[in-house]
Design a binder for this molecule. Structure first.
Ligand SMILES: [Zn+2]
Length: 236
């Protein structure tokens, strides 16, 4: 069912428009009653502002059917000339790629409003990769907390002086999923601010695990670490 909007006694249909950003060639489909309305929606969707000077809009009659049908499937848009990048393998999804490689646009998963994948296998592999990354991230945080407790038995991960953070980031690269960065904050009684144990794969210092404290605590924390030979502390 097409939505009807009455404006000053005139009935306008909500129609599909292809809006594009003239600067970086991003595009989307929006539903609007006229070109100006479409460009305004396009500016918000593509640029997150209200400046329509960079936005072009042209009618997309084939898209009208989706006004009440939910997000427009990426496979439909790919058949209509849109180009996507697969969120799993990164390959280009377009009619041209379809002709040159074994890509079937009917297999494409996702919508204009979600991640887009070549097919359900690519989507499943990406989810599996993300699950591996999540497991590695959680494993780092658990191990870091064990190490912290071993070194500082009175350490606390709860604080009345702010919420200590624990986060980690793993990703698939060069054939395997590995931890890239991680950080666990903790409280040591007697220190003014939380301390952190950080991991950084890019570190060239030999030890990718490092302790960090605030400037005001650095001398006290250094003394607490004095028995460790595999530590490195930097002022933050
Ligand atoms: Zn893919």
């Amino acid at each position: 069912m097409i939505d009807l909007i009455k404006t000053n006694g005139t009935v306008n249909r909500h129609c599909a428009w292809i809006v594009t950003d003239k600067e970086d060639f991003k595009g989307a489909v929006v539903f609007a009653v006229d070109e100006t309305h479409a460009r305004g929606k396009g500016a918000r969707v593509l640029c997150d502002d209200d400046d329509i000077s960079y936005i072009e809009a042209r009618r997309f009659p084939d898209g009208d059917q989706f006004y009440d049908a939910g997000p427009i499937p990426a496979s439909f848009l790919a058949h209509s000339g849109f180009t996507f990048e697969c969120s799993g393998c990164g390959r280009t999804i377009s009619e041209d790629e379809c002709h040159e490689r074994a890509l079937y646009l009917d297999d494409v998963q996702g919508t204009q409003d979600s991640s887009v994948y070549c097919n359900i296998v690519c989507e499943a592999e990406d989810r599996l990769s993300r699950a591996r990354a999540t497991m590695i991230e959680q494993r780092f945080i658990r191990r870091a907390k064990r190490l912290i407790r071993a070194r500082f038995p009175k350490a606390s991960f709860d604080s009345l002086r702010g919420a200590p953070r624990a986060d980690a980031y793993a990703r698939y690269a060069e054939g395997q999923t590995r931890l890239q960065q991680g950080s666990v904050d903790f409280i040591v009684p007697g220190l003014a601010h939380p301390v952190s144990l950080k991991f950084d794969r890019r570190s060239n210092a030999g030890n990718r695990l490092s302790w960090f404290s605030s400037k005001v605590d650095v001398d006290d924390f250094r003394s607490l670490l004095k028995d460790s030979s595999s530590k490195r502390m930097e002022r933050s």
